[in-house]
Write a protein that binds this ligand. Structure first.
Ligand code: FMN
Length: 330
């Protein structure tokens, strides 16, 4: 049995998708002054001297006549924050330039802002290539900016992260047996990063006279209160602390929580007004610490880090109840 042609096309497209590319928007302007553009990942460098680039355009693209009649085009290498723009320019019939700030380049072509690099080109040659036309342009002007690029891989947008150069092992570690402690341990790295990020928040906790464990209970009540002592314990015991009646009583004494019921696991706990205020303040402080850390990391690395942490959490989940839905039934 032979494969149906559309299956072959799909397989060919998906094989091509294993080649990671950047994403560009190519723009031009018709002789009558209409701005035109589309998303393209077929862009590539061609020649350094003279400077030349190429890209290909589907013969059925609406923008084909504009690129054929105009003698110029501009290629914009998109930055990692321009996924939405990429989507707009890949949508046939969309009002692509609406609301965009535009500069004018060679031949009046529209130049977009916020990208990683821009190449203004004079169309030098056009070649037929199956169902596409290959446009080769001589680069007359270009500029580039220090912004991380948007990546396209396997049919999805992605972010580029530089792989670290393999670090030479410190002299003391070079000949260490496998059983010795290493600063490259994932558990060590996770723990140290956590404690260092938590340092700032710890000072805020001390200001309110709160321990780490009291804060964990308050933060869970901040997501949803009116939980039983047993339910709070169910969520927290794997972190190494037990939520006891005494722990809750200490929050009651501090004026942050209220207990409804007597000394038993079914007693319900709610936040007081002061408790809610302190949670809001401490969550804001935690978010500020996080924003600062993310700023240092950069968008792409922080997304990758969160993705990696989520998969570790998923893989090692001992069966924690979800935070947002009730888990305890009497
Ligand atoms: C990531 C990505 C890359 C694309 N690359 C190309 C390309 O290289 N050439 C092309 O003709 N279309 C490409 N497309 C499809 C066009 O952007 C899309 O068909 C667009 O609607 C064409 O616009 P038009 O028909 O208004 O001219 C790509 C789309 C995406 C999402």
């Amino acid at each position: 049995m032979t494969e149906a042609p559309d299956t072959r096309v799909r397989q060919f497209r998906s094989a091509l998708g294993s080649f990671a590319t950047g994403v560009t928007i190519v723009t031009t302007r018709t002789n009558s002054g209409v701005d035109v553009g589309l998303t393209a990942n077929s862009f590539n460098s061609l020649s350094l001297d003279p400077p030349m680039v190429l890209w290909s355009l589907a013969k059925n693209a609406k923008s084909l006549p504009a690129f054929l009649e105009s003698g110029y085009f501009a290629v914009h290498v998109l930055s990692s924050s321009q996924e939405e723009l990429s989507h707009t320019f890949a949508t046939r019939g969309a009002d692509k330039f609406a609301g965009l700030r535009i500069e004018r380049g060679r031949g009046g072509i529209p130049l977009l802002e916020g990208c990683s690099a821009r190449f203004q080109c004079r169309t030098a040659v056009k070649y037929e290539g199956g169902d596409h036309l290959v446009f080769i342009g001589e680069v007359e002007a270009f500029d580039h900016f220090d912004r991380p690029p948007l990546v396209f891989h396997g049919g999805r947008y992605a972010a580029a992260v530089a792989k670290p150069k393999p670090a030479a092992a410190p002299a003391s570690e070079a000949g260490d047996p496998d059983s010795s402690f290493s600063e490259d341990f994932l558990i060590f790295l996770l723990g140290r990063a956590h404690f260092q990020l938590f340092l700032g928040l710890r000072r805020d906790l001390e200001r309110h006279g709160l321990t780490e464990w009291q804060w964990f209970v308050l933060s869970i009540l901040g997501v949803r209160d009116n939980r039983t002592v047993a339910e709070l314990d169910e969520i927290l015991w794997r972190t190494g602390t037990r939520v006891t009646y005494e722990l809750i009583a200490s929050l009651v004494a501090a004026g942050f929580a209220q207990l409804h019921g007597s000394n038993d696991p079914h007693a319900r706990v709610t936040l007081t007004e002061a408790g809610r205020r302190v949670v809001i303040e401490l969550v804001a402080a935690a978010k500020a610490t996080e924003s600062h850390a993310e700023l240092n990391l950069g968008f792409a690395e922080s997304q990758l880090l969160k993705q990696a942490l989520r998969s570790i959490i998923r893989e090692t989940d001992p069966g924690l109840p979800p935070l947002r839905s009730p888990t305890y039934t009497e």
